[in-house]
Design a protein around this ligand. Sequence first.
Ligand SMILES: [Fe+2]
Length: 312
Amino acid sequence: MATLADPAPDFATLPQMAAEVFTAPLARPAHVGEDWLEPKQTDYTAQDHQVWNDLFARQMEVLPGRACSAFMAGLEKLDLGRGGIPEFGALSEELGALTGWSVVPVPMLIPDHVFFWHLANRRFPAGNFIRTRETFDYIEEPDVFHDVFGHVPMLTDPVYADYMQEYGRAGWKAMRYNRLKALGALYWYTVEFGLIEEAGEVRAYGAGILSGPTEARFAVEAQSPNRIMLNVDRVMRTDYVISDLQPTYFVIESFADLYRQTVERDFDRLYRSLPAGFTYANSAVIDVDNVLHRGTQEYHLRGGRGSGAAPV
Ligand SMILES: [Fe+2]
């Protein structure tokens, strides 16, 4: 049996979890193996492809000037606007030639340790299904549009691609220290909702921002949210909102800065110093913060999603 004292695994095969590590009790569908990969990508209907095309067109009206240049360049390099849901095999070949990453289909949310293992091997697990017309504007579980349109273009950037692989390795370590919530906050405030300084402005690189029209405007331009320079130690102690726009966004100087702040640090020491729960509320501004914009929080004070409050 593996224990916490074991050295880090090499990730060639799915490493065995130490018995004392908590893993979420997700029921594995009968048709997938231990790697949780679908045997093949879904056969999409013409309507499915049209949903993708319409989502793509809507984002392209919003993202120029709001998405970071690495994302826009990634869309071009992978030609994601060629029409229809991309075929993962062809997409993986193109992405593989650029940074060695591939895109693999999974049925739904997968267990953390399996997700981290795929990232550590430069495989990005992407939801197989696509939302319907009825759920066009908002979905709870990530679909192929969120995962492929939102995440995959960033994987064409070499430094960001390395960051994602290292995140997978760090995830494995976080589980061994039972500090998954803290590492989840880092993922949330970087990979999903991260902003970057570019040409004297802030632009988005997080997939949760880039795959929806409302948050793309809100994150970059609105007066409500705080925009604070990323401090990894602080972010890993900060709570986050899953089902609404973020009260706070964290901003990086560059992807090299993100890599340096996360990968080139002693995570063993960090995990040992982190409390089990979060210290800071998601709207808090604290004394160590380097604040670019102190938000009014008007949107959330008016009740947020469901209240009819404007995302201003
Ligand atoms: Fe995501």
